[in-house]
Design a protein around this ligand. Structure first.
Ligand code: SAH
Ligand code: SF4
Length: 350
């Protein structure tokens, strides 16, 4: 039997089309319910009971079911969602010091990029998620915590390898008559797909952009991030400059800190060159340091990875700052439930 179409995550236009048999105002009512966090058709109390029943017979609200939910004492929530083909993806709610709540969503089941420090990369690639599957995660998280105000596209997968579906999901998420999440509250993180950055610069949407630089030593970067071979740093830099020219946004350069590997003064020097060189103005960028979140069994060329010591982190921060770079540091929230960066796809041990 073919699966029933899912409605949560469709734009109002798409919903109108699919519900053509009904008067147009019904689509508006259903859209409003979806945006306000309805979890079932039965909750849509201004729809006639017969209609609710009919909807439930012919459609599903969500394209996947929640199969797990874990909460860390630090407030992070990790939700597992099983999709109809058996793929399981994860979405996370993060809380920061100011009480701000951010949804972290996935764009692919697994990831083809193969970064050696990332659990999702170890899983390999299964498939791209559809727009409804991407937007649906946000709705599920918002249903769990209506206070979510921001979104980061930093879950499983490489978003710029699934840009068409992501764009559609963002139309839904940014709709001023619906969820109305503003572009300033949305950040996309990419491992560095030059063509995708250019596409985003050209066609939008106008969201914040982060590049997982990790290191600007090209040869080391290619060993840590195999996708870097097809996307050399000079091309990435050029693409970022174009993005900046079109979108006028400060860019974040994320550096996962791998103890003893990418924290030499040569890495600080190369990062400074990456930001400064090649143009009159340089990149308007801030470096975000992310101490590596442990994933068991992860190795780099035969050696186990380890998080940086506090001293290594402090020294590397100073090395970057002394070269004129602005530096921030991300706290490893959600580690207790393997819901931190790079840990998605891991089931924590009891
Ligand atoms: N695929 C995209 C977005 C998802 S990864 C990307 O790579 O940018 C989100 C962030 O987590 C990236 O900055 C990535 O470098 C970082 N990351 C991956 N594995 C990590 C780990 N084990 N510890 C800390 N950060 C990690
Ligand atoms: Fe994919 Fe990002 Fe993980 Fe690299 S860090 S494997 S691009 S999810």
């Amino acid at each position: 039997m073919k699966n029933k179409p899912a409605l949560a995550g469709l734009t109002l236009g798409e919903l109108r089309e699919i519900l053509q048999a009904y008067p147009p105002f019904r689509a508006v009512q259903i859209y409003e319910w979806i945006c306000s966090g309805a979890g079932t058709f039965d909750e849509m109390s201004n729809l006639p009971v017969v209609l609710r029943r009919e909807l439930a017979e012919n459609y599903r609200l969500f394209s996947g079911g929640i199969c797990s939910e874990l909460e860390d004492p630090d407030g992070t929530v990790k939700m597992g969602i099983n999709l109809e083909d058996g793929a399981v993806i994860e979405a996370v709610i993060l809380r920061d010091g100011e009480g701000r709540k951010t949804a972290c969503v996935s764009t692919q089941a697994g990831c083809p990029a193969g970064c050696v420090f990332c659990k999702t990369g170890m899983l390999g690639f299964k498939r791209n998620l559809s727009a409804v599957e991407i937007a649906g995660q946000f709705l599920r998280l918002k249903g769990r915590d209506p206070g979510i105000s921001h979104i980061v596209i930093m879950g499983m997968g490489e978003p710029l390898l699934n840009l068409d579906e992501l764009r559609k999901a963002l139309v839904f998420i940014m709709d001023s008559n619906g969820l109305n999440i503003s572009k300033r509250r949305i950040t996309l993180s990419t491992s560095g797909i030059a063509s995708g950055i250019l596409d985003l610069a050209e066609r939008g949407p106008d969201i914040r952009l982060a590049l997982s630089l990790v290191t600007a030593r090209e040869e080391l970067r290619e060993r840590l991030m195999p996708i870097g071979r097809a996307n050399p740093l000079a091309r990435l830099r050029e693409a970022l400059l174009q993005y900046q020219e079109k979108r006028q946004q400060r860019i974040t350069l994320e550096m996962v800190l791998l103890g003893g590997i990418n924290m030499e003064s040569a890495d600080a020097e190369a990062a400074a060159d990456f930001v400064r060189s090649g143009s009159r103005t340089g990149l308007d960028a801030v470096v975000n340091l992310i101490p590596w979140n442990p994933v068991e069994g992860q190795k780099f060329e035969g050696h186990p990875l380890r998080p940086p010591t506090n001293k290594e982190t402090a020294d590397f921060t100073a090395a970057l700052e002394s070269r004129g770079l602005k530096v921030t540091r991300r706290i490893g929230k959600g580690r207790g439930i393997c819901g931190a960066c790079g840990q998605l796809g891991v089931v924590p041990k009891e």
